[in-house]
Design a protein around this ligand. Structure first.
Ligand code: ADP
Ligand code: GLC
Length: 492
């Protein structure tokens, strides 16, 4: 099949979170299955840095009409990597910026126009480059592609056979804008109704994608159920329940060519389940990076790598920082995002300089070092559609402590010391007491060396490679294509 991915992030070009890891890896796996895959991404300033010399244009200039003006987008040929073709939508006035979505906690004011243009340019480019059978669009920033295809482009002979699949990586980010966005993006007003794009009198990109896509997926089975409830649906639970029969939960895979302690180029030493010695060297290297060389060998190290957002659940950690500090445990955290949480972490390290190390910022290499050098990895998320860091942790023999929600619940099995089964520690309530009890269990388990090695090896033996999920996506594409074919008007 010919599949076009459209997404706002993709490793190695532009990343703020796990979405980039998914869009960076899944296409390669689909190519291995014999599909032709292209990936469309905005040509942000940071994507430009990945291009050597002058960009080569596949299409010099597309006209993208808006209500008040035309904008012009070039399509940069990003070349092929491992069989995947990359195209970047070039519109300097919208994408040459420091960040992807906004700065200092404030979204860019013209995000509707930026990602509206992105969606329309992907469609226009596909008409010239060859329409795919499947548009696989990711999150709200690409969610208008199915909307345009079934409205403004509905009669286009090149495109009307193309099926659409929307993957929801996080239902909390919806892309909501004032009602007149409908007009600004030249969509017909009849899409601005409660059963289509309108949501509490706002224009909602994600809802549009949910209504107009042939099939929907999200990134774990548990989250697929959760988003149909008021607790997790972010007010889209109603429309998601209407489309429940078309919604699949497919757990993300991870890219073991990048996340593997036996080969990871960011580490001080390498290790495998059979030869774990290298992990000790990684731990020393990590403690050194945080200036915490004084932490004893017998003290477990808890690692944290995270976007600092409400989703990630650090409010409950905030309420027990002093209790954690009283225990024989060190904490090393890397994170960036909401200034409230950044300050919370800074304050924690300031109060306990000998046992808590904090780095505020985005640092790819340090993220790998924390995965390898820690003994435990903490993810107390309020909700977690999939979560990749706990899956990386398993591979690195770093035992996850997680809240039992979404993909965290689907991927981590509670440790049973008697039976020697399980891969980590899970707590259910969003309650500091529950978290503290789980940390205590983890510390106790750490001191039973034999059991601990077993626990590490259980996790390292788990296989979350993309091969399985890619086959599940293949089935989704086939089903979407069949449905689209049935919906086409038949000639007699
Ligand atoms: P989310 O996408 O919700 O942020 P995931 O667990 O799916 O959560 O993915 C997060 C990804 O982003 C991981 O690859 C993680 O290593 C990376 N990451 C998050 N914060 C940072 C940071 N401050 N520095 C480096 N990498 C980070
Ligand atoms: C989102 C979710 C995260 C998921 C990632 C990739 O950012 O918050 O849980 O792992 O997308 O699907």
């Amino acid at each position: 099949m010919q599949i076009a991915f459209a997404a706002p992030e993709c490793t190695p070009f532009a990343k703020t979170g796990g979405l980039a890891d998914v869009v960076g890896a899944l296409p390669h796996e689909l190519v291995k299955l014999g599909h032709k895959v292209s990936v469309f991404l905005p040509f942000y300033t940071r994507v430009r840095r990945h291009i050597e010399g002058e960009p080569r244009y596949a299409i010099r200039s597309l006209t993208i009409p808006f209500r008040s003006c035309n904008r012009f987008a070039g399509i940069v040929d990003g070349g092929r990597r491992d069989g995947v073709q990359y195209y970047f939508i070039d519109c300097p006035e919208l994408f040459y910026r420091k960040e992807l979505y906004g700065q200092g906690g404030v979204d860019y004011a013209d995000n509707a126009e930026r990602f509206g243009l992105f969606c329309r340019a992907v469609i226009e480019a596909s008409k010239q480059l060859g329409a795919p059978q499947i548009f696989h669009v990711h999150d709200w920033q690409a969610a208008l592609i199915p909307v345009y295809l079934r409205t403004v482009y509905a009669a286009d002979p090149d495109l009307r056979g193309a099926a659409t699949v929307l993957t929801i990586h996080n239902a909390a980010y919806q892309g909501t804008f004032p009602p007149n966005t409908t007009e600004q993006l030249l969509l017909p007003w009849d899409v601005f109704t409660m059963d289509k794009l309108e949501q509490y009198d706002q224009f909602n990109f994600l809802k549009g994608g949910i209504v107009f896509s042939d099939l929907l997926t999200t990134v774990s089975r548990r989250y697929a159920e959760e988003i149909q409830t008021p607790e997790f649906g972010e007010q889209l639970e109603g429309i998601l329940r209407i489309r429940a029969a078309d919604l699949r939960g497919i757990l993300n895979g991870v890219d073991y060519t990048l996340w593997n302690p036996a080969t990871d180029a960011n580490l001080a030493a390498h290790y495998t389940p059979q030869h774990l010695d290298g992990k000790r060297a990684c731990r020393s290297d990590l403690l050194h990076a945080f200036g915490l060389e004084g932490v004893a060998e017998t003290t477990p190290v808890i690692g944290i790598v995270t976007r600092l957002a409400t989703q990630k659940g650090f409010d409950i950690v905030a309420r027990i920082t002093e209790e954690i500090a009283e225990r024989d445990v060190a904490v090393l955290a890397l994170g960036a995002g909401d200034p409230y949480y950044e300050n919370l972490f800074r304050g924690w390290a300031f109060r306990h300089p000998a046992s808590v190390g904090v780095r505020i910022g985005y640092d790819e290499a340090l993220a790998h070092k924390i995965e390898a050098g820690s003994d435990l990895f903490l993810m107390p998320s309020r909700y977690e559609p999939c979560g990749l860091n706990q899956i990386y942790s398993l591979k690195y023999g770093t035992v996850p402590i997680v809240r039992a929600t979404g993909g965290l619940d689907d991927t981590i099995e509670e440790w049973d010391a008697k039976e020697g089964n399980g891969t980590g520690f899970k707590f259910a309530g969003f309650d500091p007491k529950d978290l503290l009890a789980e940390i205590d269990r983890a510390i106790a388990a750490f001191h039973d060396k034999k059991g601990w090695t077993r626990l590490m090896r259980n996790g390292m033996a788990r296989d979350y490679s993309w091969a399985g999920p890619a086959k599940e996506y293949e089935r989704v594409y086939e089903e979407a294509a069949r449905r689209r074919a049935r919906r086409l008007p038949q000639c007699s």
